[in-house]
Design a binder for this molecule. Structure first.
Ligand code: F6R
Length: 363
C-alpha cells in the first residue's frame, strides 16, 4: 500500500502540484491585484449580459462563481464551452475570454466571433494567441502567471473573474467575501497540506476511501459546479473515472438507473454528497431521501458539508478538499497527477487538421 506521509511521499508528483497548493494565498493576492489594476474601459451601465467563454480548468471558474453568486447576479450570465457563441451576444455583452494558455481553439474561435460582434471583451490569460491576437485589437488583458497547469491555476482565473464582475457591477461587494476566502484557503492548507499526517488529514483519508473507486459526486445549488470540479480533478489528477450529477435534476431521471446497477459497478461506485448549510429546505430533504433510495446500490456513501459564512468561502472550502483529495488519490494509485498527456495529444491531433491554427484574428 502506498504511503502519503514522509519525505518520499510526493516523489510521484513530477510537477509539484501538491506543494503548489501551498502557494495559493500568493496566487490569490497576485490575481486580485492584477484584476484590480487592469484597465477596462467598458462602462458598467452599458452591459446588459455576461458570457464567459472557456474550456476545462478555465471554464469551471465561471461555473463556480455562478454557483456561489447566482442569487446576487444582477445581469444574465452564461458560460460558453463551444466553438459558436449564442446569437444574443452583442455590443452590450461583457464577454470574458478565459483561457489559461491562451491557445485553446474553442475559446479562440468564440473570441473571434465576440470581437466581430463588438462585444465588450476582457481576456484572462497567461498569453498565447489570445493575448497576441486580441491585446492589439484593444481587448483588455488581465495577465496570469505562465507555466502552470490550468486546473492548478484555478484561483488565478477565478479571483480576477470575480473582481471583474464586481468592477462591472454584475455582482456587488465581493471585498469582504474575498477576505474571508483567504482565511478559508489558509485553513485548508494548514489542515490538508502534505506535511499533515494521514491520521489528522481529512483529504488524505478521503483519498484513501476513494482512490480505488468510481466516485459519483452529487452537488446542488452552490455545490453543483463544485461536483463538476471534483469530477474533473479526479479525472485529470487521479487519472480515474468519476462522474458528477446535480440535485434536484437527478431525482427526475438518474435515480431510475440505480436499481439496474450491475453488481461489478455497484461494488466500485462510491457516492459523494457535497452539501452546504444554506440549501433550500427541499434540497436538504432530497439529499436525505435520494441517498436512502440509492444506498443499497453503491458500495459507500460519504457526505461532506461546506463551512463558511460567504458563498465564496463555502464553495472554496469544498474545492480545496476536492483538489487535495484528487492529488492524494493519484499518489495512492501510483500515477503522476501532473501531466495530462491524453489531453495534449488530442489537442495536437486536432491542430494538425488545421482548425486550431486557423483561429486567426479578425481582419
Ligand atoms: C489542464 C486543464 C484543462 C484545460 C483545458 C483548456 O490542466 O485543466 O482542462 O484547462 O484544456 O485549456 P486552457 O485552460 O489553457 O484554455
Amino acid at each position: 500500500m502506498y504511503g502519503l506521509d514522509g519525505p518520499d511521499a510526493l516523489q510521484g508528483d513530477s510537477l509539484g502540484l501538491i506543494r503548489g497548493i501551498g502557494d495559493s494565498l500568493e496566487a490569490f493576492d497576485e490575481a486580485r491585484a492584477a484584476a484590480e489594476a487592469a484597465e477596462i474601459p467598458w462602462p458598467a451601465d452599458e452591459i446588459d449580459s455576461v458570457a464567459v467563454c472557456g474550456m476545462g480548468g478555465s471554464a469551471i471558474a465561471a461555473d463556480l462563481i455562478f454557483g456561489a453568486y447566482r442569487e446576487r447576479m444582477l445581469k444574465p450570465f452564461t458560460v460558453v464551452r463551444d466553438y459558436y457563441i449564442p446569437g444574443w451576444i452583442g455590443e452590450r455583452t461583457l464577454v470574458i475570454l478565459s483561457s489559461y494558455s491562451g491557445g485553446t481553439e474553442e475559446t479562440l474561435t468564440a473570441a473571434s466571433q465576440a470581437i466581430e460582434r463588438n462585444a465588450l471583451c476582457v481576456a484572462i490569460t497567461s498569453g498565447g494567441k489570445l493575448a497576441r491576437f486580441y491585446g492589439p485589437e484593444g481587448v483588455p488583458i488581465v495577465p496570469v502567471r505562465p507555466g502552470l497547469q490550468p486546473r492548478a491555476a484555478l484561483l488565478r482565473l477565478l479571483v480576477p473573474m470575480l473582481v471583474v464582475l464586481d468592477r462591472m457591477g454584475i455582482i456587488g461587494n465581493v471585498g469582504s467575501d474575498l477576505e474571508e476566502a483567504r482565511g478559508t484557503i489558509s485553513t485548508a492548507i494548514a489542515q490538508m497540506g502534505p506535511d499533515v499526517r494521514e491520521e489528522a488529514n481529512p483529504a488524505k483519508q478521503l483519498a484513501r476511501a476513494l482512490s480505488a473507486s468510481v466516485p459519483l459526486i452529487w452537488g446542488a445549488e452552490l455545490t453543483a459546479p463544485v461536483a463538476t470540479r471534483w469530477k474533473g480533478q479526479f479525472n485529470e489528477n487521479g487519472k480515474m473515472p468519476a462522474y458528477a450529477s446535480v440535485l434536484p435534476e437527478l431525482d427526475h431521471n438518474e435515480i431510475c438507473g440505480f436499481g439496474g446497477m450491475p453488481a461489478e459497478l455497484a461494488h466500485l461506485a462510491k457516492l459523494v454528497l457535497l452539501r452546504e448549510p444554506r440549501h433550500h429546505r427541499q434540497t436538504e430533504r432530497r439529499f436525505d431521501l435520494t441517498r436512502e433510495l440509492v444506498e443499497p446500490n453503491v458500495s459507500q456513501v460519504l457526505a461532506i458539508t461546506a463551512e463558511g459564512q460567504s458563498p465564496l468561502a463555502r464553495m472554496l472550502d469544498l474545492v480545496m478538499l476536492g483538489d487535495y483529495t484528487s492529488l492524494y488519490a493519484a499518489l495512492l494509485r501510483a500515477v503522476d497527477p501532473g501531466p495530462v498527456e491524453v489531453i495534449e495529444r488530442l489537442k495536437e491531433r486536432l491542430a494538425q487538421t488545421g482548425y486550431g491554427r486557423t483561429a486567426e484574428p479578425p481582419s
